[in-house]
Design a protein around this ligand. Structure first.
Ligand code: HEC
Ligand code: HEC
Ligand code: HEC
Length: 181
């Protein structure tokens, strides 16, 4: 046999990973994934809190002040709806998608806009487009409570039949309106 002959196949052959190595790979991947999941969930939740939504940007000062006076915050029995309850759709995947999309848009706007360019009326229209009735229905599950007046009954029946598309077709200026103090 020629001593200088290289066994190419031998060079490509890798020893099978030992049990210890397999264990280490699985273990480290597990830790990596948990860290990723934990951190992204944490930042997701933090940036969905009322505190974050209202304190990071001057654009949100007015909507926040109005919210504090609205029936969804200053309610008789103290039940509160958070910004994200209405502004993000239900369902984990949908929430992520909406949040990333709106987050990027809001951030870009934040750096592009001068304070005098802020147009809350225009934003209302885009908010109306983004808010899903399913978000409202997570709390308002019963649209036909006893003692409801006929007007409400007929309107909600029309909604249930699909004749009217969104809660916001009727319930406009729900939260963010100028109110006398
Ligand atoms: C009960 C549901 C609800 C809650 C809670 C809520 N919003 Fe809204 N938001 C709306 C609706 C509906 C609109 C569309 C305009 C309207 O009808 O008032 C809107 C519009 C907006 C707009 C665009 C209009 C503008 O004035 O610029 C911003 C910004 C906004 N909301 C931010 C917030 C923030 C920040 C919070 C929490 C502090 C919050 N919202 C809480 C329902 C809600
Ligand atoms: C987190 C729960 C929650 C969510 C989400 C929510 N609401 Fe409400 N809503 C309430 C509570 C609680 C009250 C009652 C407050 C009170 O005691 O007056 C209320 C009150 C109302 C009222 C009657 C008071 C008023 O201001 O006219 C309407 C109409 C209404 N909600 C519509 C909506 C619509 C439309 C949405 C979706 C954009 C929505 N709500 C989302 C909890 C919620
Ligand atoms: C076609 C119009 C229409 C649609 C769509 C509609 N509503 Fe209503 N809603 C009304 C009317 C009208 C009333 C009765 C108001 C009254 O009696 O003062 C009412 C009453 C209510 C009330 C009680 C308000 C109070 O002051 O007691 C709540 C809460 C409410 N709607 C939530 C919703 C939610 C949530 C949706 C979507 C899932 C929705 N509505 C869709 C027209 C509508």
């Amino acid at each position: 046999m020629d001593e200088n002959r290289l066994d190419i196949d031998e060079g490509f052959r890798r020893p099978a990973p030992s049990r210890g190595q397999i264990f280490a790979i699985v273990f480290l991947t597990g830790i990596g994934l948990s860290l990723f999941y934990g951190l992204s969930t944490l930042s997701f939740h933090y940036s969905s809190t009322n505190k974050f939504c209202s304190s990071q940007c001057h654009e949100m000062v007015e909507p926040f002040q109005q919210y504090l006076k609205s029936s969804h915050y200053d309610s008789e029995r103290g039940v509160v709806a958070d910004c994200a309850d209405c502004h993000l759709p239900p369902g984990e995947v949908n929430r992520w998608y909406a949040k990333v999309r709106q987050g990027v848009k809001d951030t870009v706007m934040h750096f592009l806009l001068e304070p005098e360019d802020i147009d809350h009326q225009k934003w209302k229209m885009s908010a109306v487009k983004n808010i899903r009735s399913e978000s409202c229905e997570r709390c308002h599950k019963n649209l036909f409570p006893s003692g409801q007046r006929r007007g409400g009954f007929l309107a909600h029946r029309a909604f249930k039949k699909g004749e009217v598309k969104s809660c916001l077709n009727c319930h406009v200026n729900l939260v963010h309106v100028r109110r006398e103090i």
